[in-house]
Design a protein around this ligand. Structure first.
Ligand SMILES: O=C(O)CCC(=O)C(=O)O
Ligand SMILES: [Fe+2]
Length: 200
């Protein structure tokens, strides 16, 4: 996922392939909810650890606006009051090495649970591989589906062999659009979310 180091996690992500002319650069997706469900069914102890252990995610550096230092901690698996998984927060590249605020036993339990989870995330049966063509858009839940991509090469003749434009939506924008469209089409009573984290 992107930006796990934000307090307010970005909900929906779009990757718009503006141009591509390369054999590599496939997009890789894994449904985190599905893997979490597998962990729940096969390793309930690991599931309990992953929904309670806070993992710190970080990003720091310098961009056009100056220095930045993002950092926030979330459990990887988040469960709502009805016991349903409502977000999966993980990015290997943003996971901090620091796991300071826990006992040695808690840390060992986390690494055991993390190992179970990583095996699930890397299981080829859980991985989807898509080669986006120019003009295509991939849209997915940022806080549910993990994404990555395979390597690709540009050539001297075509230095921009692949150009993807990313953007994000919050659920609020999607709910608003849904209701506006339902009213416009006269489909049914407008869809009024009562529990914004109980959709999945
Ligand atoms: O290059 C890609 O396909 C991945 C891009 C990506 O992960 C992102 O823009 O968030
Ligand atoms: Fe990304």
């Amino acid at each position: 996922m992107d930006q796990p180091y934000y307090k307010s996690i970005l909900n929906i992500q779009l990757l718009h392939c503006i141009h591509e002319n390369t054999s590599g650069g496939d997009n890789i997706f894994v449904d985190g909810f599905n893997v979490a469900k597998q962990v729940y069914e096969n390793h309930p102890d690991a599931f309990d650890v992953l929904k309670t252990f806070y993992v710190r995610f970080v990003d720091f550096g310098t961009d056009a606006y100056g220095n930045f230092t993002f950092g926030y901690s979330h459990p990887i698996i988040n469960v709502n009051k009805h016991g349903r998984i409502n977000s999966f927060v993980y990015s290997a590249s943003a996971e901090s090495d620091s796991k300071g605020d826990c006992t040695p036993d808690e840390l060992l339990a986390f690494y055991d649970a993390s190992y179970v989870l990583m095996k699930g995330l890397h299981d080829p049966n859980n991985v989807i591989d898509i080669h986006l063509k120019s003009g295509q858009i991939a849209m997915f839940h940022n806080d549910r589906v993990l994404h990555g991509r395979t390597a690709f090469e540009s050539t001297a003749e075509e230095p921009m062999a692949r150009w993807l434009q990313g953007m994000y939506f919050d659920w609020d924008v999607v709910f608003s659009k849904l209701q506006v469209l339902q009213m416009k089409l006269g489909l049914k009573t407008p869809y009024l979310p009562e529990q914004s984290d109980d959709y999945f």
